[in-house]
Design a protein around this ligand. Structure first.
Ligand code: SAM
Ligand code: SF4
Length: 504
């Protein structure tokens, strides 16, 4: 298989990667958008808001606009359990208002564990000799995809890479093409991956255009910590990742490359969680300032133990109570963004916060090449970046979600119909995207039930589908025209007879 960089030395590759002008152009008066003095002042000045002010802020959040720093700081500083509960209830309502009862599922596909960086907390760091280093060949990517799309039934992946010349932009693009090309016969149709999101190191604009050309869904780069000093402590200065600003503007460059679905995140546990939330809001604000749209999704992974790292995560460890609260605040602060919770969390936490979130992974394996061993349930620490807490199957996850009233959506219509970037943001804020999504959720869910569900999950899922169809009917002609409704019912029947990939 083609490997474009094997002839290049790691040093040559590293030296040409970071383009200083692709940082400097975004700075204002030589400063980046994380103004620590301002953030600390906000947190200090808004630490004792009374109940009525908090309720005012909650009310404002229903306008589905990015929240002011003062208001976010005030919400973050709430410690009273009852008031936190009110914030959480509002977060659930806002999730429902923007995204209804849909939860999108996906799986990560780890493609390479080789990495030139030495992030203190990560199992893939280059000086960790306990981890097996491997970069999947295109044949192996195909084998992994066959399991994901043909056995488990995923339609959406996030592909994940260490930062290494063997997994450069050409390799990432080739991986995406390989995944999109895989079609696997399943019970009644063909299994396939319809959306490939990418979690990779920051790239220059030229490389990001290559990913745009092969149909990237969302480009995800977590800042890890927005706090400059802490960033420097956990990412050694002599590594690529040691460049805080190259990373901070990764998504700005993506926007300039035409990749307009971008995803922010912070790794909670490295620094004060309140500061990180303020940092994420500042990130969203700067994207809005320059591009008119904020992040498509936000992630809030909590540090989990990784083999071969002795990183002491106790100082800024986030308790379950604070974690739940920060998710609620994020929901209100950046209300249009999708929110992703992952299997790093326990099933109990997943269950308690899913009402505020829009996406979760399921049946994930984060060992390199592990899906091809689909029925192995043990996690092999030496192959993994960190360890997972929820290892339920997709079928179990979907059934549980259905019992809780959530419909699992496998919809990938958005980017395939050009509903990305500012188009989707406008639709989300006005509630119009919700209409398309509701129809697509039912169609794709039924498709999954036909092709992959266990008898028990199919029975549970179909009860939910009938309820959804009833709701859709009630919304004719206000939200859906008679014709749309008729076409939807006809598509739904077609799916039951084996027609696939129908969407609005
Ligand atoms: N190498 C690329 C990078 O660092 O951006 C992308 C992939 S990295 C494998 C994906 C994410 O995993 C990182 O951004 C980090 O937030 C998260 N991660 C790393 N170590 C972790 C740990 N011990 N616990 C939880 N998440 C971790
Ligand atoms: Fe490499 Fe990413 Fe892990 Fe850092 S977090 S060591 S860059 S894989």
């Amino acid at each position: 298989m083609m490997r474009t960089t094997t002839h290049r030395s790691i040093k040559e590759w590293k030296d040409q990667l970071i383009r200083q002008d692709e940082i400097d152009r975004y700075l204002v008066d030589g400063k980046d958008f994380i103004d620590e003095h301002h953030i600390n002042k906000m947190l200090k000045n808004n630490c004792d808001s009374d109940r009525s002010r908090i309720r005012e802020i909650i009310k404002k959040a229903y306008s589905i606009e990015l929240m002011s720093d003062e208001d976010v700081a005030a919400l973050l500083q709430v410690t009273d359990a009852d008031l936190r509960k009110e914030i959480a209830e509002a977060a659930k309502e806002i999730k429902k208002k923007v995204y209804d009862n849909r939860v999108v599922t996906f799986a990560p596909l780890y493609c390479g564990s080789k990495c030139v960086n030495r992030c203190a907390y990560c199992g893939f760091k280059s000086d960790n000799s306990s981890v097996i280093r491997k970069v999947l060949t295109m044949d192996e990517i195909r084998e992994e995809t066959k399991v994901l799309a043909g056995v488990i039934g995923h339609k959406r992946l996030i592909i994940v890479f260490g930062e290494h010349p063997e997994t450069d932009a050409d390799y990432i693009a080739q991986t995406m093409k390989t995944i999109y090309d895989v079609k696997v016969p399943v019970r009644n149709g063909m299994g396939e991956i319809r959306r490939v999101n990418v979690n990779a190191a920051p790239l220059p604009i030229e490389d990001l255009k290559k990913l745009k050309d092969v149909g990237i869904g969302t480009y995800q780069v977590f800042q890890e910590t927005y706090h400059h000093e802490t960033y420097g402590e956990v990412h050694p200065a002599d590594t690529l990742k040691g460049n805080y600003r190259w990373r901070l503007y990764a998504l700005h460059r993506a926007m300039d490359a035409g990749v307009d679905d971008v995803a922010i995140g912070a790794l909670f546990g490295l620094y004060d969680w309140k500061f990180e939330v303020m940092g994420m809001v500042a990130h969203a604000r700067d994207l809005e300032r320059l591009y008119g749209i904020g992040p498509h999704t936000i992630s809030f992974p909590r540090l989990t133990p990784a083999v071969g790292t002795d990183f002491d995560s106790t100082t800024h460890q986030v308790s379950d109570e604070d974690f739940t609260h920060l998710i609620a605040v994020l929901r209100l602060a950046i209300p249009y963004a999708g929110m992703i919770i992952t299997n790093r969390e326990t099933p109990q936490i997943m269950e308690s916060v899913i009402d505020m979130c829009t996406q979760r992974d399921a049946e994930s394996k984060i060992g390199i090449g592990d899906y091809a061993d689909a029925y192995r349930t043990d996690q092999i620490a030496e192959r993994e970046q960190f360890l997972l807490n929820d290892t339920s199957s997709l079928d179990q996850v979907i059934r549980k979600l259905a019992h809780q009233g959530h419909i699992t959506s496998f919809c990938t219509a958005g980017y395939r119909c050009g509903r990305t970037g500012d188009k989707i943001m406008g639709l989300l804020k006005s509630g119009t995207e919700g209409c398309f999504c509701k129809l697509n959720a039912v169609l794709t869910f039924q498709e999954w039930l036909e092709d992959f569900a266990s008898p028990q999950t199919k029975a549970t899922g179909e009860v939910l589908v009938q309820k959804e169809i009833g709701e859709i009917k009630e919304r004719v002609p206000h939200d859906f025209s008679e014709n749309t409704y008729k076409k939807f019912l006809s598509d739904y029947e077609k799916i039951k007879t084996g027609v696939r990939d129908l969407y609005f």
